[in-house]
Each structure stands twice: as structure tokens, then as C-alpha cells.
Design a protein around this ligand. Structure first.
Ligand code: IPE
Ligand code: IPE
Ligand code: MG
Length: 256
């Protein structure tokens, strides 16, 4: 009997076919990632938490390259939540200087790769040095028309919705809108994500299965994908598994 008849061999062959990404069908245009597990990644190696954050920062660049390779249009990365200020000051300070470090190391490459940098979140409340670095990166990449790297920094969905309501109330007071004219599309325009389509796929690393105040409004019909892998270990293979799973989902948006 030839080994080609053994079922395990056949299965392996089928898997290989299943694991190829078909670029002509059903790829997500907007992927959002909750990059979680930096601290646990470090702890597992007996390293301080900041080492996990540093490794996680380097991984952002790698994953941007993979997203680019698969022609993803928007990659929204949750880098710091409105609740992360509760962490020890030393860790917060470290996290707040990471954008500067990321931009210092990787901006030239990102410019070459035609990446456009954007942010969502309560930008004004960031430290000045963080704001300056990000403004510089946004300015240097504003004419790029490739992948949008959208960094959620000091982002919280509830805060985003509250500030949208405040601005809408102001505009109603100033007679810009009648109350009856406020609908879903109007509210969407007041969110930080006003220029971006809703995410098609949301990935969370590290085994946690919650949104942690990320894109609550925007993810109404997003496909969710969870992995136990910690963010610094999230690599091309894992990313591609998520893309293949997404390609096999049936999105119905309430229809049949
Ligand atoms: C994600 O990793 C990065 C941020 C939230 C800033 P964590 O720092 O949350 O890592 P864990 O969840 O403690 O492992
Ligand atoms: C969510 O991770 C925020 C970011 C990844 C930036 P957290 O680690 O802060 O979330 P919780 O506290 O486990 O829900
Ligand atoms: Mg965490």
C-alpha cells in the first residue's frame, strides 16, 4: 500500500490547501488588534514588564509589514487605553515614551512603505513629548496612500461616545442640527473613527476575551478572533490563521 493512501497524509495535504490565503476573495479591509499580553510575555521569561512592552513595540513594525503584504487597508492598534493610567507611574511613563522610540526607529521605513499614520483617542491629554512625536509622524506620512496605521492611544470607547454626544449637543444648541436629524451616521461622524470604515476583523491576543473599552460602537458587526499567543509572539503565521478564519466566516449583518 502506498503511503499516499494513509489518511494522515491526505489530511496534511488538505490542510496545506486550506492554509493558503486567497487574495482575490473576502479579505478584511480594516483589522483592529488589542495587543495584549506584553507583561505576561516578560514575566514568563523572568524579565521586567517594560521588556515586554519594548518587544511588543518592535512587533508592531513586523505586523505592519505583514498587513501591507496582504493589502490590508487599515490596521487599528490598541496601544494605551483610558484605563491604563491606573498602572504604576513608572510603567505609564515608559509606555508614553514608546511612541517616540517607535517613530525614531521606524519612521523612515514606514515612509518608504507608503504607510499613513493616524491616531484615535484623547490626544490632548497625552504628555507633550508623546504628542510632538506623533504629530511629526502624522505630518511626515500624511501624503502616503498605502496602509493606514491607526494607533489608539489614550483611547476609550465610552469617552469617545461621551465626547461625541457633547459635540452633537453643542451643534444642536447652535442650530446646526435638529434633534430628529441625529441618526447613526451623524453619531459616527463625531467619533474619532469618522473617516474610517468599521473594522471587519478584531483580533485580541493573550487569551483574554473582552473588548476592554475598545471600539464598542464600531464593532457592532465586526468578526472577533482570539488567540492565546501573547502580543510579542504574534507573528505572520498566527496573523495568517486569523485571515484564513475570517475568509471562511459568513457575515450576515442581520440578514439571511
Ligand atoms: C498590553 O500588554 C499593552 C498595554 C495594555 C499597554 P499588557 O501590559 O496589558 O500585558 P499583560 O496583560 O499584563 O500581560
Ligand atoms: C487593553 O488591555 C488595552 C490595550 C491593549 C492597550 P488591558 O490589559 O489594559 O485590558 P484588561 O485590563 O486586561 O481588560
Ligand atoms: Mg493586559
Amino acid at each position: 500500500m502506498s503511503i499516499f493512501k494513509f489518511p494522515f497524509f491526505k489530511k496534511k495535504q488538505t490542510n496545506k490547501i486550506e492554509h493558503e490565503i486567497n487574495h482575490t476573495i473576502n479579505l478584511p479591509e480594516h483589522i483592529a488588534i488589542i495587543m495584549d499580553g506584553n507583561g505576561r510575555w516578560a514575566k514568563k521569561r523572568g524579565l521586567p514588564r517594560f521588556a515586554g512592552h519594548k518587544e511588543g513595540m518592535d512587533n508592531v513594525k513586523k505586523i505592519v509589514q505583514v498587513a501591507n503584504k496582504h493589502h490590508i487597508k487599515i490596521l487599528t492598534l490598541y496601544a494605551f487605553s483610558t484605563e491604563n493610567w491606573k498602572r504604576p507611574k513608572k510603567e505609564v511613563d515608559y509606555l508614553m515614551q514608546l511612541p517616540k522610540e517607535f517613530i525614531h526607529i521606524y519612521l523612515p521605513d514606514l515612509i518608504k512603505e507608503n504607510v499613513q499614520i493616524k491616531t484615535i483617542g484623547a490626544f490632548d491629554l497625552l504628555p507633550d513629548h508623546t504628542k510632538r512625536a506623533i504629530e511629526h509622524a502624522i505630518d511626515k506620512t500624511k501624503d502616503n496612500d498605502g496602509l493606514i496605521l491607526n494607533i489608539a492611544l489614550n483611547y476609550g470607547s465610552r469617552h469617545e461616545i461621551v465626547q461625541a454626544i457633547q459635540h452633537i449637543a453643542e451643534d444642536v444648541q447652535n442650530k446646526k442640527y435638529e434633534i430628529d436629524a441625529i441618526d447613526e451616521s451623524v453619531l459616527s461622524k463625531y467619533l474619532f473613527t469618522s473617516e474610517l470604515k468599521d473594522p471587519d476583523l478584531l483580533i485580541r491576543t493573550s487569551g483574554e476575551k473582552r473588548l476592554s473599552n475598545f471600539l464598542l460602537w464600531q464593532s457592532a458587526y465586526t468578526e472577533f478572533w482570539f488567540t492565546d499567543v501573547y502580543w510579542p509572539d504574534f507573528n505572520e503565521d498566527v496573523f495568517e490563521q486569523a485571515l484564513i478564519d475570517y475568509q471562511n466566516r459568513k457575515r450576515r449583518f442581520g440578514g439571511l
